[in-house]
Write a protein that binds this ligand. Sequence first.
Ligand code: ATP
Ligand code: MG
Length: 729
Amino acid sequence: MENDSFQIPVDSAISGVNLDELNTPQREAVTTTEGPLLVIAGAGSGKTRTLVYRVAYLLEKGIDPEKILLLTFTRKSSQEMLWRAGQLLNETCRRVVGGTFHGIANMLLRRHGHHLGFGSSFTIIDRADAEGIVNLLKGSLGLTGRDKQFPTKRVLVNILSGSINKSIDIDDLVYEQFPHLSEHVDDILNLDKHYKEFKFNNGLMDYDDLLVNWKRLLDSVPEARQEIAARYSHIMVDEYQDTNLIQADIVRLLAHGHENVMVVGDDSQSIYSFRGADFYNIMRFPKVFADTRIIKLEENYRSSQPILSLTNDIIRNATEKYAKTLFTRIEGDRKPKLFAGRDEREEAVFVAKKIRALQGEGIALHNIAVLFRSGFHSYKLEMELNASGTDFEKRGGLKLTESAHMKDVIAFLRLKVNSMDTLSWNRILLHLDKVGPKTARKIADTITTAVNPWQALADYPCGKTWKLGVKKLAQLFLDMEKETIPATLYDLVWTYYQPLFEKIYRDDFPKRQKDLEQLRAIVSGYEDLQSFVDDTTLDPPEIANGLAGEDRERLILSTIHSSKGLEWDAVFVMGLADGRFPHAAAGIGEQWEEERRLLYVAATRARKYLYLTYPRVLMTPDRQFKRVGMSPFLSELRSGLFERMDNFGSTGSVPSFSHSPAPTATDFTRKSKKKKLSVKDLKQGTRVRHPFFGEGCVKGNVKGRSVDVAFERHGVKTLHLDYAKLSIV
Ligand code: ATP
Ligand code: MG
């Protein structure tokens, strides 16, 4: 396997599929090979394992591997699952078609896209490219300058992409979610039209187009639909809670005719609604497929009882969920630990120290992970780890291909496979001396409509001052024309680009060159350039952080979003401070709930040890220090589910915050502005308002500063007065 630190653990290799290694409902899911099947179950209950066994089981029953389609959230996880299935059965599992929705869309559209007017050499563009085009169009449509209030490229792409992923018309989305931009709706619609045309004329597809066009293909081209539907007789989808409506439609259309489709998911782990994921897809599945068999898995095989008790309690407070109960037979007496650092540095020092202690107890570094909400939350920790020489790998951070110099190099390679890509032409032409946007556009227009684009560039009537630059560039492409080996093509590009590179990035080119060396190593692993170019946008490699080489054992640092589906012996969740988790901008309602699910996903990754940490002081965006308390999601938990640790690593005997409302756990600014509510103010029957739960009626004092409040729409909640932001109506 390409990366042994990626774990969706399945037991050691055995030959033949041994169904005794599954519990009864898992076995039922594996052996139900025909008809629609929905497995809905909590974290760690073996959903992914069930899919792995089912792949092996189907093959053992004689299903052709190429007829099985396994859709997963990352490409790595499908590779891992198929490798596991291979361990259970044999190598045929590797021939199963597995990948992400976007990856499979890419493959099918290259083959069948001509039905929709696309050539097979279209280029996939990423978010930054999309913003670049939108910006270009903003300029050419006269939407800049004239009216400074016109939304930025980032907001515009959010709107265009949001409308697709959430299946809402652009105007409705603007009126509902961006009401302050309502006056620009016509311009936004016009921009959208031009954006679509631009992509089509340049042979470009963004991420959303891959899904939209796959669906169009299935929906409106009977010939393609028949061919594709006949190709896959068994469809399986992991992490179904994070699919959007288009993906659900694709699944429905793919399964048309045979309905052999199995999806697994956990609505409580849905954490991608900002990308349009809709966990109602799970609830809708039985309606879309009339005879769906629903299987629930209730035994958790991952976490010890104290961890499971805490994670069950995190999700207990969720407002909407499919009722599930989870139990575990894994006993354990290590309660999850809570540590509050004086500041971010002390939090980081604690985590680094604890990791070393765990290693001392015999836990291998790659069995430990530190999780956080956003990539930058781990900076202090990374410094600590670097200082102590602890090897780590960071996931979910910046992608290698996101920086300007990488995009430059990739632009040349993209043009080699799709000479119509104006965006890339623009990028590299603008590097030439005395070539400005207008000239670049004129040159690009000529080249992209020419029969032989490279010759057209060589013959372009240039001005004296920029002639030489254009000729050199044309020569590069003429040299590249005869080459097919990706590494050789890369070297040709580098020879041309190096002097420009050193000039453009005069200040820091040696540092940037290290990224390019990584890219060179990656390119040389490819046999065809198209796959390399596709992967740089579909599955871009991450910037290598830390000290280790590939083969060393490393600690995992990861955003929670990138930790989905994985598990480790010991898990640290950092930054659990009020204002950071949930994110200060999370507001109330759905976003708040999604943040809670995010914490649930994080905490459910742990097998034996779980550490929750936060700093008592945070820096605000305007560089002020602000005292903060723990995340409201932690303060809501029942007492006794975690133990506090002090700075020396020993645990306090006080079982939970509710006995000891620590003075530091209060937001200073909030405290100074408002009088603190006291339990006496909240007698039984007092009407109160909560920012998210709305109005409710106090039922009584539970203990300490906690009260029970019955809310009209959300039922009874136990709330702590220091954190719950209650006000008396
Ligand atoms: P998540 O919701 O986090 O994606 P999941 O439901 O997909 O979790 P898995 O990752 O498949 O759960 O399984 C969790 C752990 O439990 C794995 O280590 C897996 O091997 C183990 N496991 C699952 N079922 C069994 C079983 N029947 N016997 C032994 N171990 C099991
Ligand atoms: Mg899973």
